[in-house]
Design a protein around this ligand. Sequence first.
Ligand SMILES: Nc1nc2c(ncn2[C@@H]2O[C@H](COP(=O)(O)OP(=O)(O)OP(=O)(O)O)[C@@H](O)[C@H]2O)c(=O)[nH]1
Ligand SMILES: [Mg+2]
Length: 406
Amino acid sequence: MIEKTDLTYEKAVLIGIVTREQDEDKLNEYLDELEFLTYTAGGEVLKRFTQKMDKPNPKTFIGTGKINDVKEFIEVNEVGTAIFDDELTPAQQKNIEKILNCKVLDRTNLILDIFAQRAQTSNARTQVELAQYQYLLPRLAGMWTHLERQRGGIGMRGPGETEIETDRRIVRDKISLLKKKIETIDKQMGVQRGNRGQLIRVALVGYTNVGKSTLMNVISKSEVFAENKLFATLDTTVRKVVIRNLPFLLTDTVGFIRKLPTQLVESFKSTLDEVREADLLLHVVDISHPNFEEHIASVNQTLADIKSADKPTIMVFNKIDAFQEEKIDEDDLVTEKTEVHYSLEDWKQTWMNRMGDDVLFISALNKDNMEEFRKKVYEKVRGIHVTRFPYNNFLYHEYDEQGEEE
Ligand SMILES: Nc1nc2c(ncn2[C@@H]2O[C@H](COP(=O)(O)OP(=O)(O)OP(=O)(O)O)[C@@H](O)[C@H]2O)c(=O)[nH]1
Ligand SMILES: [Mg+2]
């Protein structure tokens, strides 16, 4: 069983390093995200430890002095989990565990754990399980002992104890079994997609927690699970949507994140196939998030990874209700105007302007600008539809302005 419900929050500390590529501000943003991930997984962050380093220590990731500080804090405060922002090598993980004498997780671990917690259907479960085993395989040697694993909690919702204490071969067998199972699922899903017939497919993509499911609910009047935690959606939901006389399929997908574990991208193939086979992408962005530009870049990277980067795309900037620029006092002559001071109007004049027509600013929550949204999506889908099916009579009877379906 890969799922477990936690009612109490587990105490955790976060650890990250400042390097040449990653200054202090960046690190703080990453740790904010890591804290959100921790919270989503059922943890509470008591403290963050950071250190400036040229490169990570190959044995303990951070320096020896620093790791002893962490150790002391952990002992005094009875912290059960230390979480690193970067992927640890199996050796580092083993060494650190020995020193800290607590659970040691990295970002990948945490994401896998959240996925395990949230996987609802047998399809999603199989995909997560495969990713977990793949992550586990090179790390088997340094694994927690049987007893420690039984303590459970974050990072432990993986394959059960029995497999851990046996050898790699069993894990390998398990991996090939799961791969076969997923192959079958992929085939089934492929057939299902094929059966959906001649409808244009539109997929909502974007960073996690940007409001994809909320938007899906608004457009399709369906009830898709949306909440303020990361990775609320793991399974793909497909709905038939009609705008005016035009029916099309709308897919809600799993959110992307910086450093999405490669194991997950691979094993979520059938979920991501929905994106791969889409005719149009609605790339949803949380414009109220200070890092939204970086989110866009990381989504684009994942799209490129699954060879979907050059699909027709509408950029949908969501949460305009929550957008708030930083103000510069009128008598402040020192502060220079930077991106954090851009108003929504300023932003619209930046690279967003150069994206031409395919940009929208909405609030899915308050249903602001939804008319414009429907109009643009309609035009775009219709454009694709007409070139794809020049002779078809698929278009629905057009309802009048007061019509229900409008
Ligand atoms: N202020 C504001 N909040 C929003 C808006 N749209 C969505 N939200 C909130 O953002 C949070 C995440 O929304 P979801 O719809 O679950 O986001 P998602 O992109 O589907 O997230 P994942 O499935 O986790 O990738 C929820 O708390 C929503 O209520 C918006 O327009 N404005
Ligand atoms: Mg969602």
